[in-house]
Design a protein around this ligand. Structure first.
Ligand SMILES: Cc1ncc(C[n+]2csc(CCOP(=O)(O)OP(=O)(O)O)c2C)c(N)n1
Ligand SMILES: [Mg+2]
Length: 317
């Protein structure tokens, strides 16, 4: 692990966390409406995966903010999207669950659990068909792995041998339902291992996620075959702003927070002299300013005109 990578990890994880903490505040003030799913606690998984995969095409479910930030999409465009403004990354028409930017190869989020997994198989198939060597990645939650779409996708990806990285974030819950109540397997990589190489990693360790995803990317590109990673992670907040999260005990939360991915990164990086205290303080100040500017931008932007309702429905090319 080198210094510049550790610096990037810290910057994006901190930016992601502060973005979401502020989004929660703005939601409570009434500046953001609709759904809001936060990934606080999952930053090691999201940032490690995006940076490990590079610029390749990426599909994701609705818990998409930190992925978009790590992809380099401006927090201004993302905050404006949450505020429902025309300057938002999806012109204020998608909100939290539908960040989308073809410029950034970002084809998420998607609100329907598991529905985007076959889309990713389709794009990976197209790549292979057109003789392109770069791969595609799709991120989804543990809950998706109980859906038919998921198994159809594993099957087709293996039948056609497409360059697709399946990236499962196992945070142990689908809304309020704990995984062992709905899934025959607690270790979700086992659901994929007869179709392709499938591994389980510690998603609270950004270094481990980055390493595993980088290696998987090399594999799918060189071999032209699918690959499956299950990252064990945890969300600190409730499923969305509309549930209380009280289906988890305070003790469970406390144990999870002891593995906090940002603290984890700092501990390792200080020990190996990859980060300095001065750098961390400088980033904290930079992040504070960026978030403030993002909220200003969102507040001062306009809502979409009514005619926007009829745009972006059919492909015009
Ligand atoms: C097909 C479908 N069924 C049900 C829902 C309602 N729903 C929204 S999120 C969710 C839980 C999904 O959990 P998981 O895949 O583990 O992702 P996480 O929220 O934990 O990131 C459900 C059941 C939905 N959006 N789509
Ligand atoms: Mg889940």
């Amino acid at each position: 692990m080198n210094k510049s990578l550790a610096e990037k990890f810290y910057y994006y994880m901190k930016l992601g966390r502060e973005f979401e903490l502020r989004a929660k505040e703005e939601y409570m003030k009434g500046n953001i409406g609709g759904f809001l799913h936060l990934a606080i606690g999952e930053e090691g998984t999201h940032v490690g995966a995006i940076l490990g995969f590079g610029n390749g095409e990426f599909f994701v479910h609705y818990r998409d903010h930190v992925y978009a930030i790590a992809r380099g999409i401006s927090p201004k465009l993302l905050m404006a999207e949450l505020f429902g403004k025309i300057t938002g990354v999806s012109k204020g028409k998608g909100g939290s669950m539908h960040f989308y930017s073809s410029k950034f190869n970002f084809y998420g989020g998607n609100a329907i659990v598991g529905a985007h997994i076959p889309h990713a198989v389709g794009l990976a198939y197209a790549k292979k068909y057109l003789g392109k060597s770069d791969g595609v990645m799709v991120a989804f939650g543990d809950g998706s792995t109980n859906s038919g779409n998921f198994y159809e996708s594993l099957n087709l990806a293996a039948v056609y041998q497409v360059p697709l990285l399946f990236f499962c974030e196992n945070n142990y819950y689908a809304i309020g339902t704990r995984i062992d109540r709905v899934s025959a397997f607690k270790d979700l990589y086992k659901k994929a291992k007869d179709y392709m190489i499938a591994i389980q990693i510690d998603g609270m360790d950004v270094f481990e996620v980055y390493r595993a995803v980088s290696l998987a990317k090399e594999y799918i590109q060189e071999e032209g075959k699918p690959y499956f990673i299950e990252a064990l992670t945890y969300r600190y907040e409730s499923h969305s702003m509309s549930d209380s999260g009280d289906y988890r005990s305070p003790r469970e939360l406390k144990i999870a927070k002891e593995k906090d991915p940002i603290d984890n990164l700092l501990k390792k990086a200080f020990k190996e002299s990859l980060l300095t205290k001065e750098f961390v303080e400088e980033i904290d100040r930079k992040v504070e300013i960026e978030i403030e500017e993002a909220v200003e931008f969102a507040l001062n932007s306009k809502e979409p005109d009514l005619e926007e309702l009829y745009k972006d429905i059919f492909c015009e090319d």
